[in-house]
Design a protein around this ligand. Structure first.
Ligand code: ADP
Ligand code: 5GP
Length: 223
């Protein structure tokens, strides 16, 4: 019997939750099953990022031409910069080749779902506020102001969590990758209940709000 066609995989969730790390792991472990979808963005490259590898880095006018030309499967403005998935990443996929893994924001995930691509969308959650804020800050590439801004956007993303169907809590990375692989294979495994997700999100929101207050207090003291 022929295996059912595999579905593009969308990882969504608040900044710093581990989406990029999970996507990289999946592609490294199973290049036969997954390939990274490289997005276009107008944000400047971070240290160590290479054009065409993490993103196609483009100007605002080039990005706007891509929108006008219908070249993007979805796009959104995040933290004041444009991000979008080239339509070709999701179209005309060979039946037996690897499927793209998209690491995109909530607005983009909604557009991908509406487009009828059959994508499996998984909302990734951090295990708790302390781990999450450590991960966000621990990346070491962001100023306190940028972290506070990411946390504010993340609060909005968390509010959108109940509108998604599949959740994985990224506590232990190996376990997370196993769960995502199982979900991509059509096995739901043990996924958190809606009430568990709601309770976790409340704790994360409270933690994010108090960290934003702390970062803003520290900024005022420095000024
Ligand atoms: P996102 O793409 O969601 O913004 P990243 O993948 O950049 O998040 O991860 C943010 C930080 O958290 C990175 O330093 C990464 O190494 C770390 N991280 C990701 N998953 C885990 C995990 N399960 N346990 C501990 N640290 C993690
Ligand atoms: P970063 O600048 O940290 O790489 O990404 C910032 C945010 O933009 C993350 O939430 C990431 O998931 C999102 N993002 C990255 N690429 C895309 C994309 O192509 N489309 C959308 N909608 N969001 C994206």
């Amino acid at each position: 019997m022929k295996a059912p066609p595999r579905r593009p995989l969308v990882l969504v969730g608040p900044s710093g939750v581990g989406k990029t790390t999970i996507a990289d792991r999946l592609v490294r472990m199973r290049p036969d099953l997954f390939t990274l979808s490289v997005s276009a963005t107008t944000r400047p490259p971070r240290a160590g990022e290479r054009p065409g590898r993490e993103y196609a880095f483009v100007s605002r006018s080039v990005f706007e031409q891509m929108i006008a030309g219908g070249n993007l499967a979805e796009w959104a403005e995040v933290h004041g910069e444009y991000y979008g998935t080239p339509a070709e990443n999701l179209e005309g996929l060979p039946g037996d080749g690897p499927v793209p893994v998209l690491d995109i924001d909530v607005q983009g995930a909604r557009q991908v779902m509406k487009r009828g691509t059959g994508a499996l969308v998984i909302f990734i959650l951090p295990p708790g506020p302390a781990e999450w804020i450590d991960r966000l800050a621990g990346r070491g590439t962001e100023s306190p102001e940028a972290i506070a801004r990411r946390l504010r956007t993340a609060l909005e993303e968390l509010r959108a969590a109940p509108s998604f169907e599949h959740f994985v809590v990224n506590a232990d990375l190996d376990e997370t990758v196993r769960r995502v692989l199982a979900a991509a294979d059509g096995h739901s495994g043990r996924l958190p209940e809606a009430s568990e997700v709601a309770a976790l999100c409340r704790g994360l929101e409270a933690g994010a709000r108090s960290e934003i207050r702390r970062l803003e207090g520290a900024r005022k003291e420095r000024a």
